[in-house]
Design a protein around this ligand. Structure first.
Ligand SMILES: *Cc1c(COP(=O)(O)O)cnc(C)c1O
Length: 452
């Protein structure tokens, strides 16, 4: 029996196309609506802030979309990402389950996010854009776009959620190393930021507010476009390179996953690994697909499937998604990348169609899983990714109880080298798992736009 640990593909096997799940959905995605008129939006409505190529991808129903050669060239810096058999973890859990993970922490920014940052920077450059404005939560997306901007000669301005800006000075330093400008959000540089500060001068910020700030800047300057790190269809599309590679690697391993697991913030790393498997599920495969989210921001498990704004300032189109309400303020947690009130419309749709399951865990149990993983596999996971690990461990322990040798594949979306304060806080017993504030959720849901 082979004792292989890493399944590695050569660079010439980097997929040549992204996979678009929209081509195979049994029911089409509900359209995005204009925030002012409530009518379906057209490509022209998005043109002030996105390049044409990206808008085309956003609405495309083509099954395969070619990855431009210059993007594949950049992908070579870290792709194909390894698929690793977690033999150490299997042993530590004494489970008959086989556990594999796709490791996206090998990218320059340390997560899956450059998979979309690089093509987004490329398509903007191609259409003559010289500046990009964006938001970042924990700093992963900001670092990724800063990195991509540096390669294509694009200036990058990043609105970073204030609580993370203060907690993660080294993420900020990384963005600055790549040449980007990083601003604590809410800031007084934008109307959206000034409004948020007027409401609460001590605001910790949120992704919803930071998105409003970046969109406002992009909409008001001709040389500046906006780039989003998750949620939108084109971001999910770019991330499918993860699952397409994983399929080739599982083939090398001579295995097929029975269960595919990823954490869900805005939904992009989940989409990336899972959508190619959901394609197979639509064709009849029995694979289970599970999204894991924080109990403090439980979009898929407690949110409502409804039209909502993507941001707090109500500047973005309304999309149908699982949402906690755009005014919902998730409590501060160390999984900044999972603190978003909504979920990718495509992931939400997949959930509604019964093609995936969702569950939530508290942060301390996720950190405990991350520590167990680190001690068995060596890699220190990002706090966000620890949710996927917790999900995988729970499934592996169920397999043990039931004496079943199922194959589990999860996405290790990033490493936690910039998140060590979170680990210190966990070890010091300083992380709290607050009871979920149902009345805050009820209030936020009562403020959802009224769409028939
Ligand atoms: C941003 C981030 C996430 C959450 O975003 P998704 O769009 O849901 O993938 C998860 N893991 C890591 C490491 C991240 O940086």
């Amino acid at each position: 029996m082979s004792e292989t640990v890493k399944y590695l593909l050569s660079e010439d096997r980097i997929p040549k196309a992204w996979y678009n799940l929209a081509a195979d959905l049994p029911v089409p995605l509900p359209p995005p609506l204009h925030p002012g008129t409530g009518q379906p939006i057209g490509p022209d409505d998005l043109a002030p802030i996105f390049p044409k190529a990206v808008i085309e991808q956003e609405v495309s129903t083509e099954r395969w979309i070619d990855i431009p050669e210059p993007v594949r060239e950049v992908y070579r810096l870290w792709r194909p990402a390894p698929l690793i058999r977690a033999r150490g973890l299997e042993k530590a859990l004494d489970t008959p389950a086989k556990i594999y993970f796709k490791y996206e922490g090998v990218s320059p920014a340390g997560s899956h996010k450059p998979n979309s940052a690089v093509p987004q920077a490329f398509f903007n450059k191609q259409e003559g854009i010289t500046r990009l404005a964006t938001e970042t939560g924990a700093g992963q997306w900001g670092s990724s776009l800063a990195f991509a901007g540096s390669l294509f000669g694009i200036e990058v301005e990043i609105y970073m959620v204030k609580v993370s800006y203060q907690q993660k000075p080294y993420r900020r330093a990384l963005m600055e190393t790549y040449g980007a400008t990083c601003i604590a959000s809410p800031s007084n540089l934008t109307q959206a930021g000034r409004d948020a500060l007027a409401k609460d001068p001590n605001s910790n910020g949120s992704l919803g507010i930071a998105i409003s700030e970046a969109v406002e800047v992009a909409a008001s300057r001709a040389d500046t476009n906006y780039a989003l790190g998750s949620v939108l269809n084109h971001v999910c599309l770019h991330q499918t390179i993860i699952g397409e590679e994983a399929m080739l690697q599982m083939e090398m391993a001579g295995d097929q996953p029975d269960i595919v697991i990823a954490c869900t913030g805005g939904g992009s790393n989940f989409a990336g690994l899972a959508f190619p498997y959901i394609r197979e599920k639509i064709k009849g495969s029995k694979v289970r697909v599970i999204g894991v989210e924080p109990a403090s921001c439980p979009t898929l498990t407690r949110g409502r499937y409804a039209y909502d704004y993507g941001d707090t300032g109500k500047l973005t189109p309304m999309v149908k998604m699982h949402t906690l309400g755009s005014t919902f303020m998730p409590p501060g947690s160390h999984s900044g990348g999972l603190r978003y009130h909504g979920m990718a419309p495509m992931v939400s749709h997949v959930k509604e169609l019964g093609l995936m399951e969702a569950r939530s865990y508290h942060q301390n149990e996720c950190f405990a899983a991350a520590v167990r993983f680190a001690r068995a596999e060596g890699i220190v996971p990002a706090p966000e990714s620890s949710h996927a690990i917790k999900g995988a461990i729970e499934e592996a322990l169920r397999c043990k109880l039931e004496g079943r040798s199922e194959t589990i594949l999860f996405n290790l979306s990033g490493h936690g080298h910039f998140d060590m304060q979170a680990y210190t806080d966990h070890f010091g017993g300083k992380l709290i798992d607050p009871a979920f504030n149902q009345s805050a959720l009820d209030t936020a849901l009562s403020e959802l736009p009224n769409i028939g």
